[in-house]
Design a protein around this ligand. Structure first.
Ligand SMILES: [Zn+2]
Ligand SMILES: [Zn+2]
Length: 269
């Protein structure tokens, strides 16, 4: 059984065919998924996925790329995080990939938004789901300034260097790999995956984006997460079952999520 630790099932292209996706997940032995929130406006939809289906959970947060959306306060996040089945704060972090003519100094609003999430994570004691792109130095610096030692979480869809992985692991975070790890050009990233201990790894799809090989370019769904596990198994020279089992345990530990009972397995199918 596999867990997709990061997907966007509230996005229209996936929500529209949720029944089919759930059937595909069951057929692919993907028994659980964490539905990630990217705006406060979207939260109710993400949360509804988790309250309607006992094998989905939800996060609350505002993605660093989202502008012209409601800016969350610490209170907003803490209040929504107290709702049932909300197990994480995020996705949050920094993304300097699309500066659109701005300088890094101009992105102070992103850093402030990230601090708000970290503070909410510390108050609620819920793990952070961290998105970092072209901004790893500042991401780590902000985490440290906000007392990262008291936070837990995961660096999701990891595409950074071995050195960034090392620091993230030292801070106590897990590292999550997506379908990118199957891409032909991701040679360095596969070396990072070799380096990260299996008991600190998660797997994810980040669907609808980033479908793994052999589905690259197609719409991704949580049913494809076994391809990420397969790649990690090859890199680490262990069985795919071991990767499935260990990443599922890691997910349960990090997010405080219990194993599904046999009864709810039946319901999933
Ligand atoms: Zn992300
Ligand atoms: Zn995401």
């Amino acid at each position: 059984m596999y867990v997709d630790s990061h997907c966007h099932l509230s996005f229209p292209e996936l929500t529209a065919r949720l029944d089919d996706i759930r059937a595909d997940m069951a057929a692919a032995s993907v028994d659980r998924a964490l539905c990630i929130c990217t705006t406060l406006e979207e939260f109710d939809q993400v949360h509804a996925l988790a309250t309607r289906h006992d094998n989905f959970w939800a996060s609350v947060g505002v993605h660093p790329d989202n502008e012209n959306v409601q800016e969350p306060s610490v209170d907003d996040l803490v209040t929504l995080a107290a709702r049932p089945r909300v197990v994480a704060i995020g996705e949050t972090g920094l993304d300097y990939y699309r500066l659109n003519g701005r300088t890094i100094a101009d992105m102070a609003w992103q850093r402030e938004r990230f601090r708000v999430h970290i503070r909410a994570g510390r108050i609620t004691r819920k793990p952070l789901v961290i998105h970092t792109r072209s901004a790893s130095e500042d991401t780590l610096a902000v985490l440290r300034e906000e007392g990262a030692g008291e936070s837990t979480g995961v660096f999701h869809c990891f595409t950074e260097t071995m050195e960034v992985a090392r620091v993230a692991l030292d801070l106590g975070f897990m590292i999550s790999f997506s379908g990118i790890i199957t891409f032909k050009t991701a040679v360095d990233l596969r070396e990072v995956a070799r380096y990260v201990p299996l008991d600190r790894c998660l797997i994810e799809t980040d669907s609808p984006y980033l479908a793994p090989v052999p589905f690259r370019g197609k719409t991704n769904t949580p049913a494809f997460v076994p391809y990420v596990a397969k790649q990690i198994a090859e890199i680490k020279n262990v069985s795919q079952e071991e990767v499935a089992e260990q990443t599922s345990r890691n997910f349960e530990i990090l997010f405080g999520v219990a194993k599904l009972s046999e009864a709810s397995h039946e319901e999933v199918r």
